[in-house]
Design a protein around this ligand. Structure first.
Ligand SMILES: CC(C)(COP(=O)(O)OP(=O)(O)OC[C@H]1O[C@@H](n2cnc3c(N)ncnc32)[C@H](O)[C@@H]1OP(=O)(O)O)[C@@H](O)C(=O)NCCC(=O)NCCS
Length: 169
């Protein structure tokens, strides 16, 4: 397994095919978040096995707020492993590399569907009990369609009001 940390734009060229395979039209038809407008990743962890791209995690560095005070966060989004290579630890490895890259942040923040919370909990992430607001083209948007999880860094908020001050990830 090779793990690389790439710039967001450069990495997107490399993971587009994986994205199309994982988020197929059939998958998207039932995804509760299919109409959300997402931010573009600042960095990307790309995992290859024997040269083939098998897994990805996007990193989103953001100056947001927690209870009205500035909070530097690193979002994680677009975590995906090619279906044929799941349950081999690729996403876990990508998440560990992403956590290493989160220097100078107060906390990590991700959204995930309930069936995936155990995966992230095993990697040190905790379910956040507060609210998260972000921006959509229609205006401010309360992001409550999926659980939010926090990776403690300088801070470990368990509840409160997070504002992403921009598009979600
Ligand atoms: C969620 C997803 C990214 C997980 O990827 P993955 O590479 O299979 O993840 P891992 O292999 O690191 O871990 C998955 C599980 O396999 C287990 N596992 C890891 N290595 C294993 C091995 N060698 N043998 C058996 N099980 C193993 C892990 O313990 C974990 O178990 P858990 O789900 O009970 O916590 C993948 O299923 C996916 O792409 N899903 C579709 C898109 C999606 O939902 N993305 C998440 C958005 S938040």
């Amino acid at each position: 397994m090779e793990i690389a940390l790439l710039d967001g734009g450069e990495g997107w060229e490399i993971v587009q095919a994986l994205d199309r395979e994982v988020y197929s039209p059939q998958f998207m038809a039932t995804a509760i978040w299919r109409d959300v407008v997402w931010a573009h990743a600042d960095k990307r962890v790309v995992v290859r096995d024997e040269g083939r791209v098998v897994c990805h995690a996007g990193l989103f560095f953001r100056e947001g707020t927690l209870d009205g005070r500035p909070a530097r966060m690193c979002g994680i989004g677009g975590v995906m492993t090619v279906p044929a290579a799941r349950k081999r630890g690729y996403a876990s490895a990508a998440m560990r590399r992403a956590a290493e890259a989160m220097t100078g942040v107060d906390f990590g923040l991700l959204f995930c569907e309930p069936h995936n919370t155990a995966l992230y909990a095993g990697l040190g992430w905790r379910v956040f009990g507060g609210t998260v607001t972000c921006v959509q083209p229609s205006g401010p948007f309360l992001f409550d369609m999926m659980p939010t999880m926090i990776l403690p860094k300088r801070a470990a908020p368990e509840r409160g009001a997070v504002d992403l001050c921009g598009l979600p990830w």
